[in-house]
Design a protein. Sequence first.
Length: 280
Amino acid sequence: MSFKNFIPEIWSAVTLKHLEKNLVFEKLVNRDYEGEIRNFGDTVHIGQIGKPTVRDYTGGDIEPPEGIDAADSVLLIDKGKYFNFMVDDIDKRQSMLKNGMSEAFVNAGREVADAIDSEIALNMTTNAGKKLTNKGVGFTIASAADAYRFVANLRTQFQTAHIPLNGRYFVVPSWFYGLLMQDTRFSNFKEVWGEGSITGLAGIGIVESTNLVKDGGYDIAIGSVKISTCHAHNIVETRAYEREAGFQDAIKSYTVWGTKVLYPSAIITIKLKDGTEVIE
């Protein structure tokens, strides 16, 4: 078998499938952009509509129309990951990919997804317009009731920050999500549960993530809406090649991405600590 029979579209499709299946933050941010991502260092463009002035009307003539320029924000593709591994029989492995057996690419997709999600979380945490830390000591959540009350009270923070009502979400660590699962106000209503998400608590979707930023023993949870942050990624190339040494062929692939916070005022971060008893 020669590496020349390699079909890159098959391998890229499998990687992309498992990459996007495991992404959490990527599903919560804006993916609308113009341009093509072909390599590390490329840029794409994000169209943003300006905000018009709303004035009082007292009768009679109104002000002439104002110009609202669409701000063209540039997103730099400045992050990337690659993998490069030997393959003994590309024909056999390619057939396995077609039949859904692709453990190496499944694992690669998961790792790249973790890297992308971690980068989005870091970007949003760093650039958040409002950071709640409880005077630096963080908020300790010791029970399911604490977790429920905290999310219910979070609605006030969204309101005072003037974050749009539609599509609000709160990304929390697994231990916090687990506490909410113990609260009968949720556990008795299975229709609100998704895969790693809860809908409809105080108008806020609750999403579980293991890629939140950590600060010592604290997790930095994130509350926001889709328009706050833009993200773009692409599997640039997947290629088979003949190794100079040895008799095995090899496959290499790399994925690039970029993330940019557009509206910091639409992001709230909250410093949380697990105050429950640890199960060893």
